[in-house]
Design a protein around this ligand. Structure first.
Ligand code: PEP
Ligand code: MG
Length: 623
């Protein structure tokens, strides 16, 4: 958004006249592979002019007029997005369900959002023009989001933060374009089967592309985690982003091969490159047809046994991914995110709002909320500031006051969190999970607190569900696993946390690279504990699931099914491949396999058996 008059929209297609004598050498550009598949076709280049904004101050007398101009810009932007959303109806169902949540997120940001509130404040208090206020506020919010990227945050979470910041900037760009009446990019004249090449492509532009007419996309800017990449993946358009120098190298009449698997773009491919690309196009089309069916297919074994596949959630920004994954609810909501990167402990209203957003987003599917699991490697500054945890860590934090132990020592923490969960439960089904439980007394004490908090909320006139949410426990210590039969009498469900269970059983620190080779979830000791806890739950007809990383490993799916497990919760991205593993096996075969595995005492032999049982074939059942 710079300071000159916007030039009219133009297409780079005619950047330089071409003669038939001009030699065309093959040139290859490396970029980021963001959407699988290979495409070959003529290039269509396009650019979008920058919007111009003025940074002038307005007069106090003009505040109301500037507010009205902002309102008009918002209404126009919402209308455009509404139209875009309606257009999604022509896309394949698969793509619709992935793109619609993103468009909805944009529309929500134009409602009573932090962005719009901040923009109004800037107009009223700092006398900024509407467009200037939009840019400043969006930059401030995006910077605050990116600042949450604490060291050690998993790559997926970092990507989520970047995506959220991009969302804010993207909606600001649209608003500014409407406020300044700058023209939008036009795809008129895009020939069928073309490769779209641009310096950059906005997510909303990507959503306008017609996958049945466009062969591929290549841009100079953009990364693998951004919304544009998400959109292109959702549309199934082969794409390479971040191919430096590409947009400036294209000439009219150029042909290109976009390889969205290796992340390369080849301009003017030589005959052998064209032949190889054609073969790849055919092979990929066949494979895609098979996978496209998978998400809509039920999670059930070959012989019709239903399996529940849910998502783990660590940050609310993962919600759109969960919606896309086909997960049926959230099996583990780690609430630590709410307490991290802030100086004070979040109060009941703040927590209620966060849980409610998540519960509502799940549209009636259950959300299992785990109360705060502080301790071990999970440091939380707000708790230290509030004097709720010691400033100096215990000598042996993994065996100290962590999880439910802290919550029962500082019941005000648990009470606030349970109150928020109960209140959010008025908007959809919730369940409560207690972390690091090792004995029945902890479950009884927690249930007493849950009941007391519910009574207090009802006295206060808060709307909560008539029936209290099920109270479950993590089975993540050998102590809990081995007393699962007793715990099953107190708890309403089990969530087996194989990460800590492996660590505590084998005395291996989860985060210590020096002993990483000893960290083995299919060590017979761990498997026996999982089996014992599972059987205790099944005898009581009590729900039991696995929510540690083991659940996300499709190689281990047959073994866990064979042990009697039918419910798994994992990161959203793992759901399709686990679903595929489920659909490729029969329960009887899994049970026989599990029996064989459980007869072994040598971890290496178990690993060999698992490898032999085989990773699910690439075919999708239903072919
Ligand atoms: C586990 O321990 O397996 C688990 C799911 O909990 P976390 O990874 O949050 O400790
Ligand atoms: Mg754990």
């Amino acid at each position: 958004m710079s300071g000159t008059e916007p030039p009219p929209p133009q297409h780079r297609r005619l950047a330089r006249p071409v003669t038939s004598q001009e030699p065309k050498n093959e040139r290859r550009f490396a970029g980021i592979a963001v959407s699988g598949g290979v495409a070959i076709g003529p290039i269509f280049g396009t650019t979008e002019p920058e919007a111009t904004i003025t940074r002038h101050k307005i007069q106090a007398a003009d505040i109301a007029a500037e507010g009205a101009r902002l309102d008009a810009g918002i209404i126009q932007s919402r209308k455009q997005l509404g139209k875009l959303r309606a257009r999604l109806g022509v896309l394949p169902e698969e793509s619709q369900s992935e793109i619609a949540p993103l468009i909805d997120a944009y529309i929500r940001m134009l409602g009573p959002s932090r962005l719009v509130r901040g923009v109004r404040r800037r107009i009223e208090e700092s006398l900024q023009s509407a467009e200037s206020a939009v840019v400043s506020e969006a930059d401030a919010i995006a910077a605050a989001i990116v600042a949450q990227a604490a060291p050690g945050l998993p790559a997926e979470d970092m990507a989520g933060l970047r995506r959220r910041a991009d969302e804010i900037r993207e909606i600001a760009r649209r608003l500014v374009r409407n406020l300044t009446r700058a023209p939008f990019r036009s795809f008129a004249g895009l020939p069928d089967g073309a490769i779209l090449v641009a310096e950059s492509l906005r997510p909303a532009d990507a959503a306008l592309l017609d996958p049945s007419r466009l062969a591929g996309v290549a841009t100079e800017e953009g990364g693998a985690d951004g919304h544009t990449a998400v959109m292109l993946r959702a549309l199934g358009i082969p794409a390479v982003l971040g191919a430096a120098g590409l947009a400036h190298a294209i000439r009219p009449g150029d042909i290109a091969v976009v390889d969205g698997i290796s992340g390369t773009v080849t301009l003017n491919p030589a005959p052998p490159t064209v032949a190889a690309a054609r073969r790849a196009v055919t092979a990929f089309a066949r494979e895609r047809q098979r996978y496209a069916r998978l998400r809509r297919l039920p999670a059930e074994t070959e012989d019709g046994e239903a399996v529940e596949l849910q998502a783990n959630l660590e940050l609310p920004i993962e919600l759109p991914l969960i919606a896309q994954s086909g997960a049926v609810g959230i099996g583990l909501l780690r609430t630590e995110f709410l307490f991290m990167n802030r100086e004070t402990v979040p109060d009941e209203d703040t927590q209620t709002e966060s849980y409610r957003t998540i519960v509502e987003a799940m549209n009636g599917d259950p959300v299992s909320i785990r109360v705060l699991d502080w301790g071990g490697e999970k440091e939380i500054e707000a708790l230290t500031n509030a004097g709720l945890v010691p400033e100096i860590a215990d000598a042996n934090p993994a065996l100290g006051v962590r999880g439910i132990r802290l919550l029962l020592r500082k019941p005000e923490l648990l009470e606030t969190q349970l109150a928020a969960i109960l209140r959010a439960g008025a908007f959809g089904p919730v369940r409560v999970i207690l972390p690091m439980v090792t004995n029945v007394a902890e479950v009884r004490a927690s249930r007493d607190i849950l009941e007391r908090v519910a009574r207090r909320l009802r006295r206060r006139g808060e709307r909560i569900a008539d029936k209290l949410p099920p109270l479950g426990i993590m089975i993540e210590t050998p102590g809990a696993a081995l007393s699962a039969d007793a715990l099953a009498l107190e708890a309403d469900f089990f969530a087996i946390g194989t990460n800590d269970l492996t660590a505590y059983t084998l005395a291996v620190d989860r985060a210590d690279a020096d002993v990483a080779a000893l960290y083995d979830p299919i060590h017979p000791a761990v498997l026996r504990l999982i089996q014992f806890a599972t059987e205790a739950a099944l005898r009581m007809r009590m729900p039991v699931s696995v929510c540690g990383e083991m659940a996300a490993n499709p190689r281990l799916t047959p073994l866990m099914l064979g042990l009697g497990l039918r419910s798994f919760s994992m990161s959203a991205s793992a759901i399709p491949r686990v679903k595929q593993a489920v659909r490729m096996v029969e329960i009887d075969a899994c049970a026989r396999f599990a029996r064989r595995v459980m007869e072994q005492s040598d971890p290496a032999r178990i690993a060999q058996l698992v490898a032999e049982f085989g990773q699910p074939a690439t075919a999708v059942r239903g072919d």
